[in-house]
Design a protein around this ligand. Structure first.
Ligand SMILES: *Cc1c(COP(=O)(O)O)cnc(C)c1O
Length: 384
């Protein structure tokens, strides 16, 4: 479709182009010096001791689970209101996903009380997801994890550049996982990163990312090693120099992009509170510095979401839905379990949630089109 306003848009510039060309001409394409530079710049940016680049965030989440020793007979607590990769990464290890509800229809992140209620003797870890780049209640979650001896993995796919109490999201728990997919706040086309402050976790991730081998092709090319041993059942989850080169340029542009997102969100909030008071904009409270990855809104209870979305589509405006709850998907739909109580808020929010366009290069005119279309669609829905 030729949208007048797409949901998201990505524009790379001359900086990314010349960075990629430089790699192409250098004669070294696979994980090497450019990736190392990207990793150390990302570590500095987040304040983490270690940053390890991988081919995507799903691989990062899988490696995080493996490095923490999660496996069959373990349980990991996760939100259901997330992208399916969050839960799949747990399942890859043979562990069971135990879903916990979100805080409220204002704060769409996993709820500390629901986490506590979901803990059993088998629970090994808590997986959190910073929805739209807004912080989960990390002080409470870290307190629970400490008391109960649980690991914490942060799915920070939305949260690059976000922080809470001055601390980057993704660096509160044991391991943070970031995505550089094409529609994220910074992109390498496909790509991801893990951060950790723990030397031994970093070492395990390093091994598992590249076949469990003790040296890399790059080390041997440089003459630093001539052979290798294989000490773990690893994977090929490596990134490459082309993507890392794009990532380094994107990281430089990230703060300006996130600031533009925040300005657009401020304008959306002001316009909707004046002209569309029945529309609920979650994340109204102030809790740190969000990366504003997406703009979720909640329609009035009972409003026809399909009708609303098709009215916007008629105006050339793309919308989305974040997310169909994972527990409702066929492969997660355990019919022996009744989620209507335990995931009540997740289901309540999912019924009403729509995502509106938000991206740094969105023009003021494009935003005005979205605002006008939303206001008129709501008026029509209210009237029907
Ligand atoms: C995008 C996303 C992922 C997966 O990232 P990939 O890099 O595409 O593997 C995981 N979790 C969440 C919440 C995401 O939005």
């Amino acid at each position: 479709m030729d949208w007048r306003v797409p949901l998201a848009d990505v524009k790379l510039g001359a900086e990314e182009e010349s960075a990629v060309l430089e790699v192409l001409r250098s004669g070294w394409l696979t994980m090497g010096a450019v990736t190392q530079a990207f990793e150390s710049e990302f570590a500095a940016f987040t304040g983490a001791k270690h940053a390890l680049a991988v081919n995507n965030a799903t691989a990062a989440l899988h490696l995080a689970c493996l490095a923490l020793g999660i496996g069959p007979s373990d349980e990991v607590i996760s939100p259901s209101l997330t992208f399916v990769a969050t839960a799949n990464a747990i399942r890859y290890t043979g562990a069971k996903v135990v879903f916990a509800d979100i805080e409220s229809d204002d704060w769409l992140c996993i709820c500390p009380n629901a986490i506590e209620a979901a803990i059993t003797e088998r629970t090994r870890a808590i997986m959190v997801m910073h929805y739209a780049g807004f912080a989960c209640d990390m002080p409470a979650i870290m307190r629970i994890a400490k008391e109960r001896g649980l690991a914490v993995i942060e799915d920070a796919a939305h949260a690059v550049g976000a922080s809470f109490q001055g601390k980057a999201l993704g660096t509160w728990g044991d391991i943070g996982c970031y995505s550089f997919f094409g529609n994220k706040n910074m992109t390498t086309a496909e790509g991801g990163m893990l951060t950790t402050n723990d030397d031994s976790l970093a070492e395990k991730i390093r091994l598992l990312r590249s076949h469990g081998m003790t040296t890399l092709t790059w080390d041997r090319h440089q003459g630093h090693a001539s052979s290798y041993d294989v000490v773990a059942l690893g994977y090929n989850y490596r990134i490459d120099e082309l993507r890392s080169a794009i990532g380094r340029e994107q990281l430089k542009k990230l703060p300006a992009g996130n600031a533009r997102r925040a300005a657009l969100v401020g304008r959306y909030r002001a316009a909707f509170s004046e002209h569309a008071p029945s529309l609920v904009l979650p994340f109204g409270e102030s809790r740190g510095n969000s990366s504003q990855h997406i703009l979720p809104v909640l329609l009035p209870t009972g409003a026809d979401k399909q009708e609303f979305r098709s009215l916007l589509k008629q105006d050339g405006i793309q919308t989305s839905f974040h997310y169909p709850p994972v527990h409702t998907f066929e492969i997660y739909n355990d019919r022996s379990q009744d989620f209507s109580n335990s995931l009540w808020m997740t289901e309540h929010v999912a019924k009403r949630q729509v995502t509106l366009p938000l991206f740094p290069t969105m023009t003021d005119e494009q935003q005005q089109l979205v605002i006008e279309s939303v206001v008129s669609a709501l008026a029509r829905i209210d009237a029907s």
